[in-house]
Each structure stands twice: as C-alpha cells, then as structure tokens.
Design a protein around this ligand. Structure first.
Ligand code: ADP
Length: 165
C-alpha cells in the first residue's frame, strides 16, 4: 500500500490545494494531508479551523473519487511526520520559480535526514497555479471576491474572520 503525505499550512485551503490533492490521489493508495501548526507563519486561522476546513474539502473529494484521505495535524519535523504516518512519498505543489529555491533546499535536507522518502512535485491546472493562500487572505481582507480561488465554505469563513476584525 503506497501512502503519500501532502504537507502544508492550509491557511486556508484553496482550489490550488484541492487541485494538487486530486492529482496526488491518483498516485497513492492513501493520501495523508499534514496540516502544519506553523506558529512562525502566524496563521490567520487556528489549527482547529484549518483542519476542519481541510477535512470538509477532503470529504467532498473522497466522495467524488472514492479514494482514501486522512487529515493529520503535525508539529514535529516533516520527515518524522512522514515516518509516523508510514508515508514513502512526500507530495508538494510547485507554482512559480519563486517556490523552487525553498523546495529545492527542503528536498536536499529531507533527503539527508531520510533517503528512503522521495519528494514528488505536482503542478496544478493553469487556472489554479497562481492561487496562493496569502493573496486570498489579502483580497478577502480588503473586501474582494475570492470565489474563484476557494470553495464557498472557505469564502464564508474568511468573511466571518474579517467581519470580526
Ligand atoms: P507551506 O507553508 O508548506 O508552503 P501552503 O499551504 O502554502 O504551505 O502550501 C502547501 C503546498 O501546496 C506547497 O507545496 C505549495 O507549493 C502547494 N500549493 C499551494 N497553492 C498551490 C497552487 N495554486 N498550485 C500548486 N501548488 C500549490
């Protein structure tokens, strides 16, 4: 059984993430979505809220595709998380050149820590490649329409968040 780990901050989950999840599911028998606590990034949504949103999207994807998806919050080292969930492959999305430098370093370091775990990069559909959680938050904060970038429940969660602020 091939288990893949797709880690990220998912603050919040976007249609770019959803695209990668669907592609990743075609490659593995079980996909674990690792939701990183990532205190350093100062996430807008709590870990609990991010996990709940990822779970809702994954339930919808699993219902459509019939695949197995598990959501797993983690705070430890990525490579340890991969070992904990029995993953032999880490899946990451690649957007523009800007992502490359950081991802390149991560693969090198992770390979040094555990050479048995391979990292695979996937690219989203052209219409979804530019979507970034950071910009979605910015647009929503300023009252813009993010319906092309996230699903309706995530859009509503963003609106609630910024209505309170
Ligand atoms: P991280 O803090 O690990 O970068 P993110 O939630 O921002 O967490 O992203 C998780 C993964 O999803 C990363 O590999 C990122 O490159 C990928 N990703 C995010 N948005 C897109 C997108 N629009 N197209 C392709 N990959 C994406």
């Amino acid at each position: 059984m091939r288990i893949g780990l797709y880690p990220g901050t998912f603050d919040p989950i976007t249609l770019g993430h959803v695209d990668i999840i669907q592609r990743a599911m075609a490659l593995v028998d079980r996909l674990v979505i690792g939701v990183a606590i990532n205190r350093d990034k100062g996430p807008l949504f709590s870990l609990e809220d991010r996990v709940a949103m990822v779970e809702a999207e994954c339930n919808a994807i699993a219902a459509r595709t019939g695949g197995e998806i598990v959501v797993h919050p983690f705070e430890n080292l990525l490579i340890d998380c991969a070992r904990d969930v029995g993953a032999s492959v880490i899946l990451r999305g690649l957007r523009a050149v800007a992502d490359f430098e950081y991802e390149f370093q991560m693969v090198g370091m992770n390979r040094a820590l555990d050479s048995s775990i391979e990292t695979v990069f996937l690219m989203a559909d052209a219409r979804r490649q530019a979507i970034a959680s950071k910009l979605v938050k910015e647009i929503s904060r300023l009252g813009g329409d993010v319906s092309k970038f996230v699903t309706p429940p995530v859009e509503e969660a963003l609106q609630r968040k910024f209505a309170k602020a």
